[in-house]
Ligand binder design. Structure first.
Ligand code: FAD
Length: 412
């Protein structure tokens, strides 16, 4: 937006609810409500301060751009880059369409600090192991940190004023308000200082809730990194670098959205038992930490990172259910769903991705309770029936499941 405003031509802010993305979502999807509310806030500010606003559309972006080209004389369209495979194809088509009409699509980096091939090995190949990527990322950050601090004040005077702008309600786009709310993020210095020692204990809920804000661009990754670096919060910074690591992996290897990074793992003989999958989804596996995580996810759209690792590992390894089933369930439910991070982490857990944990390292859901929820505070918060007779027996016995998993992976 700032770049468009700097071009000294009238700027019309446009938001398109992409029907190709919205089509598969439930009517009360909390992420759609969140986007709608943020748009409404931005629109209100623009109307009040600048007699301007946001033009909102719903449909296939290519068709919407065809309509916009008929309505306005468009010199350039400014947008931030999106690295997911569908978005890349969509944006390439929009680029071609605009060019055919003598207009241009100008895209910018915003979602990450370092994108695509900005952090590569000396031979220009992408990093597929986190630690060297992280080292290179940090040294690049040292080089550019000074420049990134300088944020130009947008030239709001260039907003197009007084135009009648289309607006849509949630109902107009086929949705209704969700009862789930995206939490505000928290990243004060006390939080950052305690992150390293508290982050693994789900009962402490020591998490920033930045996920959805980074995903939907309601916070600047540049500001967050600066604040983190100033506080010397190295472990938190590492997490932000994991996010960038997975982003560049998806960009370099778009096939990983659907297939394993390591092709031989596409030959695992998954059991894919639908009944067991449903028990996992509902949080009724009889493994309290797994069930707590899944019930937290179903009730709130969030799940603590440690518990995500245990629950996802349980699905792939104990139940031998294809990681893609779990990835897609998380994609439906997580408020912070981000394809690169979700796929990257699922493959990491399943042992089939970049820098993956070796397949023979299988989380023991019981030991994980002793380490991270010893007094069962988190579990009791989410699994009310955990001490009752009605609570299910374990869907599978741990040692048996462990051996079965090792056999399945070992056969590859
Ligand atoms: P904090 O712990 O406060 O971390 C701050 C930020 O660092 C996060 O918002 C995120 O941007 C980044 N981060 C932290 N851990 C990771 C990680 N392992 N990988 C990538 N980035 C990380 N994160 C998503 O943003 N979207 C997803 O769809 C997603 N799916 C996941 C699926 C599985 C199976 C697992 C094990 C992890 C997944 N994660 C995902 C990573 C992590 O669990 C979440 O980023 C984190 O729990 C979000 O809560 P927070 O924002 O409070 O995180």
């Amino acid at each position: 937006m700032a770049r468009a405003l700097a071009a000294n031509k009238p700027v019309l802010p446009v938001f398109i609810f992409d029907s190709n993305i919205l089509a598969g979502l439930p009517r009360d999807d909390a992420r759609v409500t969140f986007i709608f509310d943020v748009l409404q806030k931005i629109n209100k500010q623009l109307v009040e301060k600048f007699v301007s606003g946001v033009a909102v559309f719903h449909g296939n972006p290519l068709i919407i751009f065809e309509q916009l080209l008929c309505t306005y004389r468009i010199d350039s369209v400014y947008a931030n880059r999106d690295y997911e495979p569908y978005a890349r194809e969509r944006d390439a088509s929009v680029h071609d369409l605009l060019r055919a009409h003598g207009s241009r699509l100008l895209t910018f980096k915003d979602h990450v600090l370092f994108e695509t091939d900005e952090i590569v090995k000396q031979d220009n190949q992408p990093y597929v192991v986190y630690t060297p990527y992280q080292k290179r990322w940090r040294s690049r950050w040292q080089e550019v940190a000074g420049e990134i601090g300088q944020i130009a004040v947008p030239n709001w005077g260039n907003l197009a004023k007084g135009l009648p702008l289309p607006w849509l309600t949630l109902t107009d786009i086929g949705f209704e308000r969700s009862v789930l709310v995206v939490a505000e993020y928290r990243i004060d210095s006390r939080f950052l200082q305690n992150y390293g020692e508290s982050r693994d204990f789900p009962a402490l809920a020591h998490a920033s809730h930045l996920g959805p804000h980074l995903r939907f661009g309601t916070v600047s990754i540049r500001q967050i990194v600066q604040q983190t670096a100033r506080a010397g919060a190295e472990i938190f910074l590492n997490e932000l670098i994991w996010r960038e690591f997975f982003s560049q992996i998806l960009w370099h290897f778009p096939h990983t959205a659907e297939r394993s990074f390591k092709p031989r793992y596409d030959h695992i003989k998954w059991r894919n038992d639908e009944q067991e999958f449903n028990l996992w989804c509902m949080g009724r596996t009889g493994y309290p930490l797994v069930d707590a995580g899944m019930r937290q996810l179903n009730a709130t759209g969030c799940m603590h990172n440690r518990v995500r690792m245990v629950a996802s590992s349980f699905l792939c390894k104990h139940l031998l259910i294809d990681w893609r089933w779990g990835e897609s369930y998380f994609a439906q439910k997580l408020l912070d769903y981000d394809m690169a991070s979700n796929v990257g982490n699922w493959q990491w857990v399943a042992g089939c991705g970049v820098d993956a944990a070796p397949y023979f390292r299988i989380f023991n859901p019981g030991t994980q309770i002793e380490k991270f929820d010893r007094d069962w505070r988190y579990i009791e918060q989410w699994v009310e029936d955990v001490h009752q007779l009605s609570y299910p027996q374990p869907v599978v016995e741990h040692s048996f499941a462990r051996k079965r998993c090792l056999d399945a992976y070992g056969r590859l």
